[in-house]
Design a binder for this molecule. Structure first.
Ligand code: SF4
Length: 365
């Protein structure tokens, strides 16, 4: 592919123009679109708005399970048979302690996530008090994910000090009925609209690999652009045993049957070009699907979770930190000792020497 193609991706994105669907399709699937120049083009956009900084987020799964909804990818769905630890909303003291730990570990943002269709008015008041307490004690950004929310609730949470509301679109309007039957794409759009009306920043993203086509991924990226989402998590579908989708992912269309690192990186580039100013987070599934290419995700994306996801484990915080520093990026944090955090030496590992039983197994027997 001519270098002009990659340069045009960067200049179109930076000038605020929209890439055509045909160009989006080409960068996702055309064999002649090479990965390294594509990553470089996306990195130039990322660097313009976020330099070499990486924002780290820590999730607190404040309530697990007990969800009446049937999202096919989710281990907490009523329809899932996954053996997860269910618990109602954690006590305030536990949530506050976890917020403290997140702050002290250098996380930029602390995300409180609750399962369920949406909170009752009583639950909204309780969450508002909790958020107010966190914000009073720790200078950390707070994001809440609590399901469907109306304008009134969004206003209460905003007044309490909430910075962002998370509510993912997950997939396109057309594909939505294939992944969930208990609420609609429109319901999700209305929650984002309510957050915007209340003046909350929106965090909303996608799950890649749920049987959608490339056209669905392009549509979601463009819908999120219209919302001007501040934060955009790109998740790669983790087939957790017992969830509806892990048993039968709907007939794949143009998306590869098995997500490859190459494809995942192309998707991240696409989302960067279409949402140049958004904090793009490489979210669930990064270790599983990107494998040895994981660090390359930092070129289009500028944000990561540390310490795992809702129901799946991830890399340890120290390993993620090491990867970020090894690649020459710096961690953006609310901590006062930011300089220290970025300069901390990664713990040295001893080189382990092979033992005789490995070198000469026959001598051992
Ligand atoms: S994604 Fe949210 S609403 Fe859907 S089943 Fe899981 S917890 Fe419930």
């Amino acid at each position: 592919m001519e270098t002009t193609f990659y340069n045009e991706l960067t200049t179109t994105s930076l000038s605020g123009e929209l890439l055509s669907d045909a160009t989006c399709e080409k960068l996702l699937t055309a064999p002649e679109t090479e990965l390294l120049p594509l990553l470089d083009a996306a990195y130039r956009v990322r660097k313009t708005y976020f330099q070499n900084e990486v924002q780290l987020h820590i999730l607190n799964n404040a309530q697990n399970g007990y969800c009446p909804e049937d999202c096919g990818y989710c281990a907490q769905a009523n329809s899932a048979t996954t053996d997860i630890e269910t618990y109602p909303l954690k006590p305030d003291a536990e949530i506050l302690e976890e917020a403290k730990r997140a702050y002290e570990s250098g996380a930029y943002r602390y995300c409180i996530v609750m399962s369920g269709r949406g909170p009752s008015p009583k639950r909204v008041s309780h969450l508002a008090e909790l958020i107010h307490t966190v914000k009073t004690h720790y200078p950390i950004e707070v994001c809440l994910s609590a399901g469907l929310i109306d304008v009134e609730s969004a206003h209460i949470l905003k007044t309490a000090g909430l910075d962002r509301l998370n509510h993912n679109l997950n997939t396109s309007e057309t594909h939505y009925p294939n992944i969930c039957s208990t609420h609609t794409y429109q319901d999700r759009m209305e929650t984002l609209q309510a957050a915007q009306t209340a003046g909350l920043a929106c965090c909303s993203g996608v799950i890649v690999g749920m049987g959608e086509g490339t056209d669905d991924l392009i549509q979601v990226a463009k819908a999120l652009r219209q919302f001007e989402v501040a934060s955009l998590p790109v998740n790669f579908f983790l087939p957790i045993a017992g969830t509806q989708l892990s048993e039968s992912v709907p007939a794949q269309r143009s998306v590869p049957t098995t997500l490859t690192p190459d494809y995942c990186l192309r998707v991240l580039c696409l989302y960067r070009f279409l949402n140049p100013r958004a904090e793009i987070r490489v979210a669930a599934g990064r270790e599983h699907h990107l494998r040895s290419m994981e660090v390359m995700a930092l070129y289009p994306a500028n944000s990561m979770f540390i310490d795992g996801y809702l129901n799946a484990e991830g890399s340890t915080a120290s390993r993620t930190m090491e990867m970020i520093k090894d690649a020459g990026f710096t961690v953006k944090t609310n901590a006062e000792d930011v300089e220290q955090l970025n300069q901390d030496e990664i713990e040295k590992r001893d080189v382990l020497l092979k033992e005789l039983k490995v070198l000469r197994p026959r001598m051992e027997s």
